[in-house]
Structures are given as structure tokens and as C-alpha cells.
Design a protein around this ligand. Structure first.
Ligand code: SF4
Length: 435
């Protein structure tokens, strides 16, 4: 049997596409491996969200070619493929195939063509790519099921490549989403689902909105946890929060990217909300769900960000007291409108300084929040066993906190819910014992 290896970079959407490609290839008789030496076919499912991530791909292809031999088949899929298409053959002369995010259903054709010694490239927009049979998504050994509900994005935030790599918004019928989850539950025993979309809140299919999707998914009784990612603050509303608050299964964890606390910068970013509107939504969320776990993304040093804009960002962070923040320095991406903002580009030195200030502050907040969790018992879905110590397990709480704990029973607990008492913590991690 010919063996393939998929390497995935970037977001959950890529993770999900990798599962689709693995399932399709297996249905054609290929076998998956994690071993570099064994693999005949390498599929690099890429992310172009940040410049560094895109560069890593070129390095990885070089390493495969140099260390593993010239006869390996190497294909690039994902956002870098969508973005660069045929250009990739010029940049990487020995590349065998290129497949865009909306062509993942063609993976078997791409691999077969490459095995015949021909190049294959398809980065066009195939509506059917979103609708592959739920039976084909490979969820083996997975604890959580990613299920896409809406692909692409119509928002065109000025720093973001997603509208160029994943195209315009397209929602899936609610029935298809429910069917896919039922297959994951019945065939693989999955108890947690994460509904995916670049902006889940703008879901719209035949008049049904995101709230309707949540209500329907919540009816699948075998599910224990329902998560979703990502929410756009402009579309996040009270109606939705009421549905989340009233459900026992929908996790009270909300990722609501603010990006900047300055209205001037939010406008330059094209985010379509103000800091005041954002902060009001946080208050509204907490009025219904006081203990909601809230995380956010922030970009520092966006072109035009003055010291006072950065201070407004820090002020917003201090007001919200997030449970977690994913923070980055602005990274210019091809085709995006922010590239035209040539004035007041922030120097690297200032950008570095601002990122450190933000992260140091957040570390302190998380340290205190994690300390408050010590001594309490949480329900944890066990995800994996430590490679070095088979009795050490890792799982997640409803609030998406990662917990490491000793269990003695190792692998047979994977995919199960257990109670864990938190015994110690740092700002990045929580340790506990099985109760
Ligand atoms: S809403 Fe999100 S995915 Fe869409 S353009 Fe803005 S940052 Fe990118």
C-alpha cells in the first residue's frame, strides 16, 4: 500500500481539511503514516496568515527533498496554495502538485496524476469542496470533531488574507451539518464538536442564522460539548448569547477577537465596530454568563498605531481581563489593503516593545486566574497521553483550559470525561490530579 503523510499548519479549518484529505485518500486504498521514511507522498497543508508560516513551507520542502530522496511526491495544499497557485512551481521546481482550499476534494486525483509523473494544479473555486460525504472525514483517534458550517469571508479586514485564500462566504445547509456530526458521534463515539467558520456569526442559509445552527446541534443528545470558532464582534449579539446561556452543552467559552482598542486603528483595519460597542458586548455577555471564559486576538503595531492607540488597547485589555490572548505583531500579507498604508509604519523596535508589554500584562492576569482555579474540581475531556510518561494525561475543561494530570490508567481514558482537581498552576499551564 502506498503511504502518505499530511503535515498541517495554521488554523482548525486546515486541521479539518487535512482530515477530509486523509479520509479520501484512505478510501482509494492509500495508507496514512506519521513516519518520514515510510511516506511516499507528502502533503503540506499550509497557512499564509503570517509571513513566517509561509516561509516555513519552502524550508520544509527543501528538507524533504534533501534528506528523504528525490523520488518522494510532494504537494502543497491550503492557503499558500490558494494564494500562489502555479507560481509555486516556479518557486519550488520539483513540486508535484498544488491544491487550493476549495479543491481539497480533488486530492486523490492530484496524487494519482503526480504518481504518473505529471504535475497537477487546481486552485479554482469548486462549490462541491465543502460538501464531501461525512463518512469520508477521517476522525480516527480524534477526541473532538471539527465541522465547518461556513467557509470563506466577506469582511475584507484590511490585514487579512482569508477572503483571498478561502474566497467569499458560503454557508452549509443545517441538515448537512447535523448529519456530519451524527456520523462523527455514531461512527467514532465523538462527544465534543467544534463548529468552524472564519466568521460563524455571519452564517446564513435559507434564512437560518448561527443561532439556529446551535439550536439544532444542541438536539444531538449524545454530544456533551459544543464549541464554535471564530466570532466576529460586529455580528455577535444578545439573541445568540441567550441561546448559549440556556444550553447545558454549548461551552461558555467565547473567542471574540478585538484586534485593537483604538477606534482609529479599528477603522484602518476595517473591523466595522468601535471599542465602545465591543466593550458593551462583553458586558452584555457577562450579564447573561457571569463566568464566561473569554479570549481574544490582538495585533500590535498596525500601520498608523501611535503610542496613544496602543495605550487604548492596553486599557481595553485591562477592562476585560481576558482569560487568554493570542497576540501578534502586524505582518503585511500580499493582496491585502493594509499594504497601501505606507505612512506611519511602526518600527520593529517599537512593535517588539509593545508586544512584550501586552504579553507581560496578560501573563499576570492569567497567573491570577489560574491560581483561582487551584483546589477546584473541573470536568476534563482527555485528549492525549504524554509521550514520555504514559500515566500523564492532557485534556481540556469546558472553558478550554488545558490541564495536565496524573492518572495511572493512561490511554484507556482518552476521549473520556474525568474529574480533575487543580493542584498547581503557572500562567501557561494547570496541573491536577484525577478525583
Ligand atoms: S473577519 Fe476574520 S477572516 Fe474575515 S477578513 Fe476579517 S480577520 Fe479575516
Amino acid at each position: 500500500m502506498r503511504k502518505f503523510k499530511i503535515e498541517t499548519w495554521g488554523c482548525q479549518m486546515n486541521e479539518y481539511d487535512s482530515q477530509k484529505m486523509a479520509g479520501i485518500l484512505k478510501s482509494y486504498g492509500f495508507e496514512e503514516t506519521q513516519n518520514d521514511e515510510e511516506a511516499e507522498i507528502f502533503i503540506l497543508n499550509t497557512c499564509s496568515g503570517r509571513e513566517k508560516a509561509a516561509h516555513k513551507i519552502f524550508t520544509r520542502v527543501g528538507v524533504i527533498r534533501k534528506n528523504l530522496g528525490k523520488d518522494k511526491i510532494v504537494g502543497i495544499t491550503g492557503c499558500v496554495a490558494s494564494h500562489e497557485a502555479e507560481q509555486l512551481f516556479k518557486k519550488i521546481p520539483k513540486l508535484n502538485f498544488v491544491l487550493g482550499t476549495r479543491s481539497v476534494h480533488l486530492i486523490a486525483k492530484a496524487v494519482k496524476t503526480a504518481l504518473e509523473g505529471k504535475r497537477f494544479c487546481d486552485t479554482s473555486d469548486h462549490p462541491e469542496s465543502i460538501e464531501i460525504s461525512p463518512d469520508l472525514v477521517d476522525r480516527q483517534k480524534k477526541v473532538k470533531a471539527y465541522v465547518s458550517i461556513i467557509e470563506g469571508c466577506d469582511n475584507f479586514c484590511t490585514y487579512c488574507v482569508v477572503p483571498y485564500t478561502r474566497g467569499r462566504e458560503r454557508s452549509r445547509p443545517v441538515e448537512d451539518i447535523v448529519e456530519e456530526i451524527k456520523v462523527a458521534v455514531n461512527k467514532y463515539g465523538i462527544k465534543e464538536v467544534e463548529l468552524l467558520g472564519q466568521n460563524v456569526n455571519s452564517y446564513n442559509y435559507n434564512g437560518k442564522t448561527f443561532k439556529d445552527v446551535l439550536i439544532e446541534v444542541d438536539k444531538i443528545k449524545e454530544l456533551k460539548r459544543i464549541r464554535f470558532l471564530t466570532s466576529h464582534p460586529k455580528d455577535f449579539n444578545e439573541e445568540l448569547v441567550k441561546v448559549i446561556a440556556s444550553s447545558e452543552r454549548i461551552c461558555k467559552y467565547i473567542h471574540l477577537p478585538m484586534q485593537s482598542g483604538s477606534n482609529k486603528i479599528l477603522k484602518l483595519m476595517g473591523r466595522k465596530y468601535t471599542r465602545e460597542e465591543y466593550l458593551e458586548k462583553i458586558d452584555m455577555l457577562r450579564s447573561y454568563i457571569p463566568d464566561a471564559v473569554i479570549s481574544s486576538d490582538f495585533i500590535v503595531a498596525f500601520p498608523g498605531e501611535e503610542e496613544e492607540d496602543f495605550l487604548l488597547t492596553m486599557d481595553a485589555i485591562q477592562k476585560v481581563q481576558y482569560d487568554n490572548i493570542f497576540s501578534f505583531k502586524y505582518s503585511p500579507r500580499p493582496k491585502t489593503a493594509a499594504l497601501r498604508l505606507k505612512e506611519n509604519v511602526v518600527s520593529k523596535k517599537i512593535a517588539d516593545k509593545r508586544l512584550i508589554i501586552l504579553q507581560k500584562y496578560q501573563e499576570k492576569v492569567q497567573e491570577i486566574k489560574h491560581k483561582n482555579m487551584e483546589g477546584k474540581v473541573y470536568e476534563v475531556l482527555v485528549e492525549s497521553v504524554s509521550k514520555r510518561n504514559k500515566t500523564r494525561l492532557t485534556g481540556r475543561t469546558e472553558g478550554n483550559h488545558v490541564v495536565n494530570f496524573e492518572a495511572g490508567r493512561g490511554e484507556d481514558l482518552i476521549g473520556k470525561f474525568v474529574k480533575v482537581k487543580i493542584t498547581s498552576s503557572t500562567f501557561t499551564s494547570l496541573k491536577g490530579i484525577l478525583v
